[in-house]
Design a protein around this ligand. Structure first.
Ligand code: ADP
Ligand code: GLC
Length: 488
């Protein structure tokens, strides 16, 4: 289905907010993690509140032009003396889903880099995305709020406050900067400044400067009209030195403008009653399909059928330190001694990929691992596992534990950020301290609980009954846009 007209005349007195989301990812076309799920589903959820949201992401090489419609040709983007010739495509979606096409910048294999190395011109690639968003707002989608996601969209407020400060098209336009992950900052040497065609006056500690470097995330933090992150607990944590990645001071300085809005999820994609990607469907009323999913998952991973009567732990994760991969390196040996089974899907840092593969080699028939990105398999693990492990070092929100609840797959999580906000005693198991010992203790507690069938089933059912759909969170975003536009 094609999203409505590419352009419709603005109506400034209407209560509707017109929002352009600027992001480096949006499902289903470009995804490495939860950012894509959020940007791909929030716009539709906002429609229930009358808001009109569009999305702009780069048209990466992996996104086939077939199936897209060109809606704007020859959109020159000038960064100082350099001109980038872009055009805009639109993808079929329930909302205007735009893709900025500029093959020299985005027509590559990766989104951010290849073979573990960032592209050396990422500062240009994402500055052009920000300028492309401003151009889209001028030509295709009349915008009142730029909703900028993560560092890749961090320069939008900077350009609006300088280059376009007196441009009548953008008078009264507001910006919201959402931090999905403060661990990724878009840091570049000061020498890139002239290439960005940004007013050098912005290079100061209360602007884009971060200890002598240019920081895109800091640009968002310092210059957006409002800030939020993706759970209430993470919003507090990032204002502390422990979780602030050096930006806690900048965030505290803007505490009045900062809020935490828990991510919602789209149960049209993640629901065991309707999921076409799992071998058998099931519901809280009839869980028999879940057994079938477990059986199929064990077979798919080559694990023994004996595991049917023992806890099967699932993991689906970017393999980085954030996700607690280093905790597992501490705990792995003792974990398998608990007579449990583990299936893991992930990709990321070569060091952790090797660790997971090593674990599978060391404990054949107990631990099975797939390195890679595979959406179907992610669904099959959610459905087939008994428990879902997320021992994150930090977690802004986390979506997998929320999906797990819906699939009756009991989460075992570290109590941090959104994991702490979404999992409670009664729906899952939490541990506080970031140690292998604390992780093992929580898992042992879960394994003991699993032994009591009826009580375990109740835990599953309590999780399945939880509602983390976008309803509440989209209402919070809608209210925030309206506050920015001073509308009720
Ligand atoms: P993050 O965004 O930090 O990676 P989230 O829990 O918010 O963590 O979201 C992760 C999303 O990415 C989920 O939809 C998850 O299923 C998906 N995902 C992560 N790794 C993989 C993978 N290797 N293969 C398929 N899907 C993955
Ligand atoms: C980030 C975070 C994750 C969050 C996701 C979507 O990638 O690491 O916790 O759920 O963004 O907001």
């Amino acid at each position: 289905m094609w999203g409505g007209p590419a352009y419709s005349a603005p109506c400034y007195n209407s209560p509707v907010a017109r929002v352009l989301m600027v992001s480096s990812e949006a499902a289903p076309l470009a995804k490495t993690g939860g950012l894509a799920d959020v940007v791909g589903s929030l716009p539709s959820a906002l429609q229930a509140y009358g808001d009109e949201a569009a999305v702009l992401i780069p048209r990466y090489g992996s996104i086939d032009l077939k199936g897209l419609r060109r809606v704007f040709e020859r959109l020159p983007i000038h960064l100082g003396p350099t001109r980038y010739d872009a055009s805009v495509y639109q993808a079929p979606a329930e909302f205007p889903f735009y893709l900025l096409d500029c093959p020299p910048l985005y027509g590559r294999e990766g989104f951010y880099g290849e073979s573990g190395l960032d592209y050396p011109d990422n500062h240009i690639r994402f500055a052009v995305l920000c300028r492309g968003a401003i151009a889209v707002a001028r030509t295709l989608f009349k915008t009142e709020v730029f909703h900028c996601h993560d560092w890749q969209a961090g320069l939008v407020p900077a350009y609006l406050r300088t280059t376009f400060a007196t441009d009548p098209t953008f008078l009264g336009v507001k910006t919201l900067f959402t931090i999905h992950n403060l661990g990724y900052q878009g840091l570049f040497p000061k020498t890139v400044l002239p290439e960005l065609a940004l007013d050098p006056a912005l290079f100061r500690p209360d602007g884009l400067e971060f200890f002598g470097s240019v920081s895109y995330v800091k640009g968002g933090i310092a210059l957006a009209d409002a800030l939020n992150t993706v759970s209430p607990t993470y919003a507090k944590q990032i204002q502390t030195p422990e979780y602030g990645f050096g930006l806690d001071g900048a965030l505290r300085a803007r505490a009045d403008a900062l809020s935490g809005i828990l991510n919602g999820v789209d149960y049209r994609d993640w629901n065991p009653e309707t999921d076409p990607l799992i071998p058998a469907r099931y519901s809280a009323e009839d869980l028999s399909g879940k057994r079938a999913c477990k059986e199929a998952l064990l077979a798919e991973f080559g694990l023994p059928h004996d595991a049917m009567e023992r806890p099967l732990i699932g993991m689906v994760s970017r393999l980085t330190r954030q996700k607690g991969a280093d905790l597992l390196t501490e705990a792995a040996g003792q974990l398998v001694a608990e007579d449990v089974y583990l299936v893991a899907l992930g990709n990321g840092d070569p060091e952790y990929e090797e660790f997971f593969e090593g674990m599978a080699a060391e404990f054949p028939g107990r631990v099975a691992v797939r390195i890679g990105f595979d959406n179907g398999l992610a669904h099959r693990i959610e459905a087939g596992a008994d428990m879902f492990l997320m021992p994150s070092h930090y977690e802004p929100c986390g979506l997998n534990q929320i999906y797990s609840l819906k699939y009756g797959t009991v989460p075992v999580v570290r109590a941090t950020g959104g994991l702490d906000d979404t999992i409670e005693a009664g729906t899952g198991f939490k541990f506080q301290e970031y140690t292998g010992a604390a992780l093992l203790e929580a898992l042992r507690e879960a394994v003991r609980a699993y032994a009591n069938g009826p009580a375990w089933r109740d835990t599953m059912l309590r999780g399945m009954a939880k509602d983390f759909s976008w309803k509440i969170s989209a209402a919070a975003y809608s209210a925030l846009y309206r506050r920015l536009l001073e509308r009720t």
